[in-house]
Design a protein around this ligand. Structure first.
Ligand code: CUA
Length: 322
């Protein structure tokens, strides 16, 4: 179900230049670490075997520290020079890789997307348009996207391992990172900074699409909500606008202008709910509305008291908001 929407997150399965460089850096560092481990283990075993084979001789009694000079060479060479050279090399290479992960300059014509962290979901805005969505970030494939992240509450960290490094959302400032996917697909990401009870359920999907499909999607998202069709949906809209829902959620084109929870103008076009916690299906949507605290304890949505008929109507209305 949810696992079918995107391949599991895998840092070593890169789909961008930046992620490939990070994966390569990892393999080189891992290789170097294993060579170092082999070297130290080899020296230890060699010293132990040599000492045991030779036994304690009369010469040892005269000179209790044989090979002291060679020992100094190993300590200074291996412990200081080699270590400094390794750390310096890793530092320089890391600094170069970090350059590759940078977002394109804000002045360039690249696509810019604003992502705002909330406990525990991601608000997604497309500057220059009225489109606002949540948790599912559409981007054009093979395009350098300037991702600008900020937070509404605590520190979060935006991380889609197959596309780039993490970027923290820090209070009172915006951070930028490059978002780039080299092929069409759905990439799963997650919050990578502990941010409270539902930190583990603060995932997101990046959907990389061909440019034309992306533009069509964006045009659709910028539109106001579809008017309800039929009695049931009209009842659903009335219940939504009159009740608690509209004080926390926005549905563009209606009187619902709340901003505590995600914008629901096109909620039916999303594949998941509650930050990729449950699939966006009728039964799950209904459960979420009446008992979201059971699904995701601690989240800001109260359980909404609705009659069976009212719930059916609200679900029908929301399902219509494509
Ligand atoms: Cu947001 Cu962890």
């Amino acid at each position: 179900m949810l696992s079918e929407l995107a391949a599991p997150q895998n840092v070593l399965h890169p789909h961008s230049h930046a992620a490939a460089d990070i994966a390569n850096l990892f393999w080189w560092m891992m290789g170097g670490a294993f060579i170092g481990l082999a070297l130290v283990s080899g020296l230890l075993i060699w010293a132990w075997v040599r000492r045991n084979r030779r036994g304690f001789t009369a010469a040892d009694a005269e000179d209790p520290h044989p090979g002291e000079k060679a020992g100094w060479f190993v300590v200074v060479g291996g412990g200081v020079v080699l270590a400094l050279a390794t750390v310096t090399t890793v530092f320089i290479v890391s600094a170069k890789v970090m350059g590759v992960t940078e977002a394109p300059a804000a002045t360039s014509t690249a696509v810019t997307i604003d992502v705002i962290g909330h406990q525990w979901w991601w608000e997604v805005r497309y500057p220059g348009t009225t489109a606002v969505t949540a948790n599912e970030i559409h981007i054009p494939v093979r395009t350098r996207v300037n991702l600008v992240v900020s937070t509404d509450d605590v520190i979060h960290s935006f991380w889609v391992p197959e596309l780039n490094r993490k970027i923290d959302t820090i209070n009172g400032q915006t951070n930028r990172v490059l978002l780039y996917a080299n092929r069409v697909g759905v990439y799963r990401g997650t919050c990578a900074e502990y941010c409270g009870l539902q930190h583990a359920h603060m995932a997101m999907l990046v959907l990389a699409q061909p440019l034309a499909a992306y533009r069509a999607w964006l045009r659709g998202q910028a539109r106001p909500a579809a008017a309800p069709a039929g009695t049931l949906q009209r009842t659903g809209e009335r219940v939504f606008l009159a009740g608690a829902c509209s004080s926390c959620h926005t549905i563009r084109g209606t009187s619902a202008h709340g901003f505590t929870g995600p914008d629901l103008t096109h909620v039916a076009s999303r594949q998941t709910l509650a930050a990729v916690t449950i699939p966006n299906r009728r039964a799950d949507l209904g459960d979420w509305i009446v008992d979201s605290q059971h699904v995701k304890p601690g989240n800001e949505m109260p359980d909404i008291q609705l009659s069976g008929r009212q719930l059916q109507a609200v679900v029908a209305y929301l399902e219509h908001l494509r």
